[in-house]
Design a protein around this ligand. Structure first.
Ligand SMILES: O=P(O)(O)O[C@H]1O[C@H](CO)[C@@H](O)[C@H]1O
Ligand SMILES: O=c1cc[nH]c(=O)[nH]1
Length: 236
């Protein structure tokens, strides 16, 4: 048991899918895993462990933003021995060739969060990167499913509502989407030595009007989930 996770040692699998939305965690557990056991309900940050194609996999809701997610990652890795974390999140699409419901893989993550600057101090602008083995596996598992994900830089925003950011400039410099966690996930992956990847579904368009509903964000992002589960068990 840790401060925010009411589970026992051994309750989590080596590999955890990490959606921000705890109800997406519940949806994944109920619809994609077998032999499922709920392992956390503290603060309604639901966590589950089950099997996918005979292999143990866990799924844990992490809340919104780097501060909340960092609590769950620290405890999953330090108290429960988790080795691989695949974020399964929603994001805003930013590149011209990115459409609603596309799957994006974050090869790296630019951020305005203080977490990287505070880690290294003035003068160092750390580049948080995905684990390449996971990135490569996810891309090829997606292709086997007939899906070609867009791969690139994801802007991890410190604030969901921020009209002071120049999103157009970020897009001009190659950022393909925005959410609120990937840079923190990759920074912690490097610090705590676990494998990290963000697999995202475009839930809305930053420079357009189209968007999905909260229920669709909770329950319909199945391509992202199938790719992430295939990646979780690849090579096992
Ligand atoms: O759908 P999730 O995984 O929560 O991710 C995105 O959605 C939330 C904002 O609506 C932020 O957490 C953002 O990163
Ligand atoms: O953080 C997020 C998530 C979805 N869409 C956005 O624009 N931002």
């Amino acid at each position: 048991m840790s401060t925010h996770i009411g589970a026992n040692m051994g309750d989590y699998a080596d590999t955890v899918l990490l959606p921000g939305d705890p109800l997406r965690a519940k949806y994944i557990a109920e619809n994609f895993l077998t032999n499922v056991k709920q392992v956390n309900s503290v603060r309604n940050a639901f966590g589950y462990t089950g099997e996918y194609k005979g292999h143990r996999v866990s799924v844990q809701g992490s809340g919104m933003g780097i501060p909340s997610m960092s609590i769950y990652i620290n405890e999953l890795v330090k108290f429960f021995g988790v080795k691989t974390i695949i974020r399964v999140g929603s994001c805003g699409g930013m590149a011209p060739d990115v459409h609603l419901r596309d799957v994006l893989l974050a090869s790296g993550s630019t951020t305005d969060s203080a977490v990287t600057a505070n880690t290294f101090g003035p003068g160092i602008h750390y580049a948080p990167l995905a684990n390449f083995e996971l990135l490569d596996t996810a891309f090829h598992e997606a292709q086997k499913m007939g899906i070609t994900p867009k791969v690139g830089d994801i802007f991890a925003a410190d604030r969901f509502y921020n009209d002071e950011l120049d999103m157009k400039k970020l897009a001009d410099y190659g950022v393909i989407g925005t959410e609120m966690e990937s840079a923190g996930l990759y920074l912690l992956g490097a610090k705590l030595h676990f494998r990290a990847l963000s697999v995202l579904t475009v839930s809305d368009l930053i420079f357009g009007e189209e968007k999905t509903t909260a229920e669709e964000r909770e329950k319909t992002f199945n391509d992202m989930i199938n790719i992430s589960l295939a990646t979780a068990i690849a090579g096992k």
